[in-house]
Design a protein around this ligand. Structure first.
Ligand code: COA
Length: 257
């Protein structure tokens, strides 16, 4: 289990709290593995009624660890990140997220696979995949245009435009925007604990029905995105962008045709 993911239990609620603040909760392979393993176990454990994913009061996550992307780019379905996202995608019980501060890259993508999302008004969400020479991941190229329309999704996915927690709530990516990190976590926790009082298999059946219509198409898109993402990570464009981030300079794509 990674020291950077804290697992807490309160009645039937299992909380995964990202805890790598010196790197803005950037997600390493060890963190993905810990979260994947916890989710798989929680799905089998009848005493777990819901899962809450959160970061700290001023930072959800800065996304995939960029150094990991350079040194050990994930490839294929066996990679740690894919195992985590797959565990989230397959998870049969409700998943609630509490988001404050930055939610970058996969930090925003994973919200699309949660059931209830609470954000602080000032949270900053963005999916800078193209900016990093990459492409959308884990179903976002299908989910976001459907949810937001092509034009708005294009701003987010092609330009990597940032958006606030308030916008996320207005657009239906989140349920509600709250005043600050503490209020956001309190609300998410309150809503997640409600599942304790509900009939667990009725909740699970209903979640499955709600997710069913898009499931197979989503699976195909996820595989296609995953293969392309893996190729793109090794592309000269992505290497330039990721190296530029580590060197704290803007990426220079001028030499690419
Ligand atoms: N991977 C690895 N390290 C990261 C990181 C990431 N995704 N995000 C931040 N860090 C590190 C920084 O390198 C810095 O490390 P250092 O103190 O050893 O130099 C530390 O975390 C603090 O980050 P910094 O950028 O100085 O904080 P900030 O408050 O100015 O900005 C963010 C915070 C989240 C807005 C900014 O770090 C950011 O945009 N990161 C996103 C990186 C990214 O593109 N992720 C998407 C991958 S798909």
């Amino acid at each position: 289990m990674s020291e950077h993911v804290v697992v807490e239990r309160e009645q039937g609620l299992l909380t995964l709290r990202l805890n790598r603040l010196d790197k803005k909760n950037a997600l390493t392979r060890a963190m993905y593995s810990a979260m994947a393993e916890t989710l798989v176990q929680a799905d089998q454990d009848p005493s777990v009624r819901a899962v809450l994913i959160t970061g700290s009061e001023d930072c959800f996550t800065s996304g995939n660890d960029v150094a990991d992307f350079i040194q050990a780019p994930p490839s294929g379905l066996g990679s740690e990140v894919f195992q985590f996202m797959l565990a989230l995608f397959e998870f049969g019980k409700p998943v609630v997220a509490a988001v404050s501060g930055p939610a970058v890259g996969i930090g925003t993508t994973l919200l699309l696979h949660c059931d209830l999302v609470y954000v602080s008004r000032e949270a900053i969400l963005k999916m800078p995949f193209v900016n990093l020479g990459l492409c959308p991941e884990f179903g976002s190229s299908l989910i976001l245009p459907r949810l937001l329309g092509h034009a708005r999704a294009a701003e987010l996915l092609l330009l990597g435009e940032r958006f606030s927690g308030a916008q996320a709530a207005a657009w239906g990516i989140a349920n509600q925007a709250l005043d600050d990190g503490a209020a956001t976590l309190a609300k998410a926790r309150e809503m997640a604990l409600r599942f304790q009082q509900l009939a667990p298999s009725a909740v699970a059946d209903s979640k499955r029905l709600m997710r069913a219509p898009d499931r197979e198409q989503l699976r195909r898109v996820i595989e296609e995105e995953g293969a392309l993402f893996g190729q793109r990570l090794r592309s000269p464009e992505a290497i330039e962008a990721l190296t530029a981030f580590m060197q704290r300079r803007p990426a220079d794509f001028s030499r690419f045709a």
